[in-house]
Design a protein around this ligand. Structure first.
Ligand code: HEC
Length: 117
């Protein structure tokens, strides 16, 4: 009887540990970022060049350069405009229809451009 209880205890422990492992696995999966395709991003950036320049270097002092910017920051700032967290009317209008894949592609494109053309 005692050894049966011991076995049951061990089985329970294994189940609990496995469940913890699985939930960590899920959390990791949820945070996985979408892979950006720079080539696709170049095509999608056609609308951006009017303000951010042909190679990601802006022609106006109040429009930011994007060339060579950190990829994660580009993803975050584009999503912030799209989702209304960061507000600036011009940018928000251009960002509102972008999918997460579009954002990843645009970020991959701009991060790969030289900040010093
Ligand atoms: C009509 C002009 C215009 C167009 C077109 C435009 N932007 Fe912008 N963008 C701006 C302005 C102005 C800002 C600065 C907004 C602010 O003051 O917060 C900005 C900011 C940004 C930022 C944040 C930069 C930083 O350092 O914080 C990113 C990223 C960005 N734009 C990406 C894009 C992308 C990608 C496109 C095309 C899909 C695009 N923009 C189209 C004007 C434009």
């Amino acid at each position: 009887m005692r050894s049966k209880l011991k076995t049951l205890g061990t089985v329970c422990m294994v189940v609990v540990i496995a469940a913890i492992g699985l939930s960590f696995g899920d959390a990791t999966f949820a945070e996985t970022e979408i892979e950006g395709d720079a080539k696709a991003g170049e095509a999608k950036a056609a609308d951006c060049t009017a303000c951010h320049g042909k190679v990601g270097i802006s022609t106006k002092t109040n429009w930011p350069n994007l060339a060579g910017q950190q990829e994660g920051y580009l993803v975050k700032s584009i999503k912030d405009f799209r989702d209304g967290i960061r507000t600036e009317v011009t940018m928000q209008n251009f960002m509102k229809d972008l999918t997460d894949q579009d954002v990843a592609d645009l970020a991959a494109y701009y991060t790969g451009l030289s900040p010093c053309p």
